[in-house]
Ligand binder design. Structure first.
Ligand code: SF4
Length: 228
């Protein structure tokens, strides 16, 4: 028996309902500066500490933009690559200043245009752009990270060569999907059940629909499969 992807989405949303706090709209300037501070691998604790130091040292983003580089670098040094990140933060603040110290206008852009604009800001990883648009601007885009890509590939929805961009566009083209909720549900599923090394297929709420279900889950083999 074949099933729709909609069934899979429904099961995931029911199994992993989001914490309302995680759905709250995030300040885009704070979020983007935290992504810049994160760089390739800074921990959440370090990012928060660097951000706190930065916002304690300067009374406003305008003051930070006009400060000498060494002062910003000093404030964020805990996050590493302080001068490189200072440079990216200043370029970003200059961009915000040029738009009247607000990014609200982005929410009125077509998603594709907004994606290209954010991709042009140095220091923001391109895979984080959709996250920023979804969680700061409520735009109908679907963020994907390596963990979500792993789950989607295992489920067999788009095949083993599916890129993050392909997965984003696939879910953005399905009407009526709550993007943020599905993103959070897939994140939880990837962290708690469909782990990289040892997926817990016996505990998986979507095992019945999965192409990569463990062979030990014999009773599910050959029953239901996802239809695109
Ligand atoms: S059945 Fe196993 S491999 Fe498939 S999604 Fe669930 S945990 Fe992952």
């Amino acid at each position: 028996m074949k099933v729709e992807v909609g069934d899979l989405i429904k099961i995931l949303l029911e199994a992993f309902p989001p914490n309302p706090k995680d759905l709250e709209k995030k300040d885009p300037i704070e979020l983007i500066i935290k992504f810049i501070l994160a760089g390739q691998n800074a921990s959440e604790r370090v990012i928060n500490e660097a951000y706190k130091n930065l916002t304690s040292r300067f009374k406003s983003w305008e003051e930070a933009l006009n400060a000498p580089d060494w002062q910003i670098a000093e404030a964020i040094k805990v996050a590493g690559y302080a001068y490189k990140k200072t440079n990216h933060i200043k370029q970003f603040l200059k961009f915000v200043a040029e738009h009247g110290w607000t990014l609200d206008w982005i929410k009125d852009l077509p998603p594709k245009e907004a994606i290209e604009i954010l991709k042009g800001i140095k220091g923001i990883p391109s895979r984080s752009v959709r996250y920023i648009l979804a969680f700061s601007f409520d735009m109908p885009v679907f963020p994907v990270d390596p963990h979500i890509k792993r789950v989607i590939r295992r489920l067999g929805i788009l095949g083993n060569n599916a890129t993050e961009e392909m997965i984003s566009e696939y879910f953005e083209n399905i009407e009526g999907i709550p993007h943020k909720e599905l993103y959070l549900a897939l994140k939880t599923h990837a962290n708690k059940i469909c782990a990289a090394r040892k997926p817990k297929c016996l505990m998986c709420p979507v095992a019945e629909l999965c192409y990569s279900v463990s062979p030990s889950v014999e009773y599910l083999k050959g029953t239901r499969r996802i239809r695109l």
